[in-house]
Design a protein around this ligand. Structure first.
Ligand SMILES: [Zn+2]
Length: 235
């Protein structure tokens, strides 16, 4: 597999190129925004580039529509004074040595108490489990407030799951299971709600077709604004 790129307007489209026995050229855009091109054996490179260029607008649109999650925030150090997000607001981390472990929010601080405040992996673990507890609470609440939307879209009632994910904010499968990235607890509630509604729309359309966007636009008219907010804040 080769790594290639083409220029289209101001954008650079990078893609992986593979050759196979197929007869036509195939282009796939994945949720992590990567582009995979599969070409028939012996197709010359110029021809491949021309073909990709002719599909460039479509590729960029697909990349734009995925609810991708690309963390570029510097890795956290888990030391006092560092900022951490919770529901779209920044809090400073305060580490306190104590015999009893706890995590609490107080006046702009996330206060983590533990025996040894130089034990970063312990701080990280405590913080993550606190985020998870908060996520369960808020995700379930926002989900139950919005799940009625699904009634008109599918016979089955969707279920909600969550876990830490590397590359996407959420997903929805054929069985009606909506999966949310626990990282979303760091985003404003409107953004969490947007991801839930986006995934609920997938109960009716398991793709990003124009029918999908028509439905999303009806259920969440200013989705684009909220999506931008999410991506600006979190990436
Ligand atoms: Zn989607």
């Amino acid at each position: 597999m080769m790594n290639n790129s083409i220029k289209y307007g101001n954008s650079i489209i990078e893609y992986d190129l593979d050759f196979s026995e197929r007869k036509t050229l195939g282009i796939k855009v994945h949720p992590d925004k990567s582009v995979r091109v599969t070409a028939p054996m012996d197709t010359d490179e110029e021809k491949i580039k021309r073909k990709i260029l002719s599909k460039a607008a479509w590729i960029l649109k697909q990349q734009d529509f995925f609810l991708s999650f690309h963390p570029i925030t510097p890795p956290r150090k888990y030391v006092s004074g560092e900022t951490h997000l919770y529901l779209g607001r920044q809090y400073r981390l305060k580490l306190i040595e104590a015999s009893k472990e706890s995590v609490k929010l107080s006046a702009g601080y996330i206060i983590v108490s533990l025996r040894d405040k130089t034990n970063k992996s312990r701080v990280k673990r405590l913080l993550r489990s606190w985020y998870k507890t908060k996520a369960e609470l808020h995700f379930n609440k926002l989900f139950s407030e919005n799940v009625h939307i699904a009634e008109s879209l599918t016979e089955e009632s969707p279920s909600l799951k969550y876990r830490w994910m590397e590359k996407r904010w959420g997903s929805c499968d054929r069985n009606g299971t909506i999966l949310l990235n626990l990282e979303l607890i760091k985003a404003p509630k409107v953004c969490i709600e947007y991801v839930i509604i986006h995934e609920i729309c997938h109960l009716a359309h398991l793709n990003h077709s124009s029918a999908f966007y028509e439905l999303l636009g009806r259920l969440y008219p200013n989705w684009r604004e909220t999506k931008d907010k999410l991506e600006r804040l979190m990436v």
